[in-house]
Design a protein around this ligand. Structure first.
Ligand code: CA
Length: 249
């Protein structure tokens, strides 16, 4: 292994592990919370659970989940108000959100969707249907978590094989760089700040320093350079980073 001096003292041998897909359940009924937890874990998700809005805020403040299941009726804050709060905050605006409720009238569905929910499921629900809706929503709203082959310019990313190919040659890279590139390629042409990338790639903006992002960007460019594609990762001064196959302006 090639070692090089790292001014930010993040050891090369201990990359920060990328996180699996995390779902936050916000549900005060213990039996339903447990049913959801067991089934989502069985489906391969990492599950966090909150029994009210205050617990949910505390969890989200620590790390952004990849998707939220939100019960309509919570003891402290109506679920619909929590949905509006999440949508009204820049950091949490884009988290995929499914509302769970015993209500099923047309007006309730409209209210839930207007509050910012992406989807709506009525209790009692079929777990198979819920899992299908979760997968569909993640595919639509979080393509970096899906297994679809991504191509951009001369670069190809295959999530199933965990393989990057640039101009026809394999480009090995670490798991954090892979996940970073996957996110950037599925969100091409948009600028992301270091904080946003920490939230998205490491699910953590509290305990990981923003300079860590620069370290992984540098490693990513180094991994892309054998195919001379490192210029796909643009630095946007004062703002962050952007993936684009076009030349930097
Ligand atoms: Ca409830």
């Amino acid at each position: 292994m090639v070692s090089y001096h790292d001014p930010f003292r993040v050891p090369v041998s201990t990359p920060i592990a990328a996180m699996p897909t995390t779902i936050l359940i916000i549900e005060d009924e213990p039996a339903i919370q447990e049913l959801l937890r067991v089934n989502l874990q069985h489906a391969g998700y990492t599950v966090q659970a909150a029994a009210d809005a205050a617990q949910a805020h505390a969890i989200v403040d620590q790390a952004l989940p990849d998707l939220i299941l939100l019960d309509w009726m919570l003891p402290d804050t109506p679920g619909i108000r929590l949905a509006k709060q999440l949508r009204g905050t820049e950091r949490t605006r884009d988290i995929p959100l499914i509302m769970l409720t015993a209500r099923g009238t047309e007006q309730d569905k409209v209210n839930g969707l207007e509050a910012g929910a992406d989807d709506y499921i009525t209790k009692p629900f079929s777990l198979r249907e819920l899992l299908a809706r979760i997968r569909s929503l993640l595919r639509r709203r979080a393509p970096q978590l899906a297994d679809d082959l991504i191509q951009a310019g001369a670069l190809e990313l295959d999530p199933q094989a965990h393989r990057i190919t640039g101009a026809g040659r394999p480009l090995p890279m670490g798991p954090s760089e892979f996940r970073l590139l996957h996110f950037l390629m599925t969100h091409a042409e948009r600028v992301y700040s270091r904080g946003q990338l920490l939230d998205q790639i490491w699910g953590d903006h509290v305990f990981v320093e923003e300079r860590t992002v620069d370290v992984h960007i540098r490693r990513l460019r180094k991994a892309l350079s054998p195919a001379e594609l490192d210029h796909y990762i643009h630095t946007v001064r004062g703002a962050g980073y952007r993936f684009s196959t076009t030349q930097e302006p």
